[in-house]
Write a protein that binds this ligand. Structure first.
Ligand code: ADP
Length: 310
């Protein structure tokens, strides 16, 4: 039977009336609005291609913010529905979303980080999620509107690589997204896809907080020699070429990989490493961006008033 309305209510066999459907949609919309209004800053992490360390960056940035005065006030939405790996990186794999009379809650990780991921809903690790666009949009909408995120200072959204359904859904569902961070590696192939990510954000008029170059150089722990396995400087160059801020470079560190596998956030375990210092510097750059944005917002009405007075 066609879903299209033929404007004949008498013969309509739908169990829900149009009014019920509309009311439900309005309620859902209100719930979404209310839920995300309790989260001060919403930042999406994107990349042109997979395997560049986007989830690693998301987890460690979230952790860096939690360590930096935002304990119990940071969340991560793992919006990579097909390959969720944030729970594994935080040692939360195998847990379930707690359900109570008040609703469904995120799983709490180290430093009180609240995590929502498809991984908490899958019965079996080997089960693939085979969904088309509308279902994915529905799942992300529910993650944002039905979860009891509570009051948060930061929500980091880990998006799957590319510019498909999930990034589009997040951009549409969160109109006040603070911006996107683009993760890349120094190789030329990665630079080509960064351009696509930048164009994507610009077309949707989403602010670009900046580009992070991950896997940037490697210092041998035995002889101290520095090697640029994936070249170096590509992230800064592409940022300059595209007039986008460059947030910083994170070196290759075998401990980042082993910590992720063990479910221990790298920056907690290796507080004095070069990579942790790089993350800390990037946090400052992001704070700077947010301060600047706040300043623009607070000065805007003043300008407006002056214009009216004129
Ligand atoms: P993506 O989310 O872009 O697919 P991941 O964050 O899953 O990428 O990272 C891919 C792999 O690379 C993981 O095993 C991760 O531990 C490792 N990795 C990421 N960044 C670094 C780094 N700077 N040094 C060493 N290993 C890294």
């Amino acid at each position: 039977m066609s879903d299209e309305c033929d404007n004949n209510c008498e013969t309509c066999t739908k169990t829900e009336t149009c009014m019920d459907v509309k009311k439900k949609q309005i309620l859902e919309q209100e719930r979404l609005k209310l839920n995300i209004s309790r989260i001060k800053h919403k930042i999406a992490i994107i990349s042109g291609k997979g395997g560049v360390g986007k989830s690693t960056v998301t987890v460690n940035l979230a952790m860096a913010f939690a360590l930096n005065d935002y304990i119990d006030s940071v969340g991560i939405l793992d919006a990579d529905l097909h390959g969720p790996c944030v729970p594994k990186m935080l040692g939360l794999h195998g847990q379930r979303l707690p359900v109570g009379p008040a609703g469904i809650f995120p799983v709490k990780g180290p430093m009180g980080i609240k995590v929502v991921s498809m991984d908490f809903l899958l019965e079996n690790d080997e089960d693939p999620v085979i969904w088309r666009g509308p279902l994915k949009m529905g799942a992300i909408k529910q993650f944002l509107s039905d979860m009891r995120w509570g009051e948060l200072d930061f929500l980091f959204i880990d998006l799957p690589p590319g510019t498909g359904d999930e990034p589009l859904s997040v951009m549409q569902l969160i109109p006040d997204l603070d911006g996107v961070i683009i993760v890349t590696i120094p190789s030329e192939i990665s630079q080509i896809v960064v351009k696509k990510a930048v164009t994507f954000a610009r077309q949707l008029e989403i602010p670009i907080i900046g580009i992070i170059e991950n896997m940037s150089g490697y210092v041998c722990p035995h002889c101290g020699t520095e090697s640029n396995i994936f070249k170096t400087g590509g992230g800064r160059k592409i940022a300059d070429d595209l007039s986008v801020p460059f947030l910083g470079s994170i070196p290759i560190d075998p401990a980042i990989c082993s910590d992720s596998d063990e479910g221990v956030p790298f920056i907690i375990k290796h507080r004095d490493s070069a990579s942790t210092k790089a993350f800390t510097k990037i946090v400052k750059e992001i704070e700077c961006f947010l301060d600047q944005k706040r300043l623009e917002i607070t000065t805007e009405p003043r300008l407006h008033t002056q214009e009216i007075e004129k």
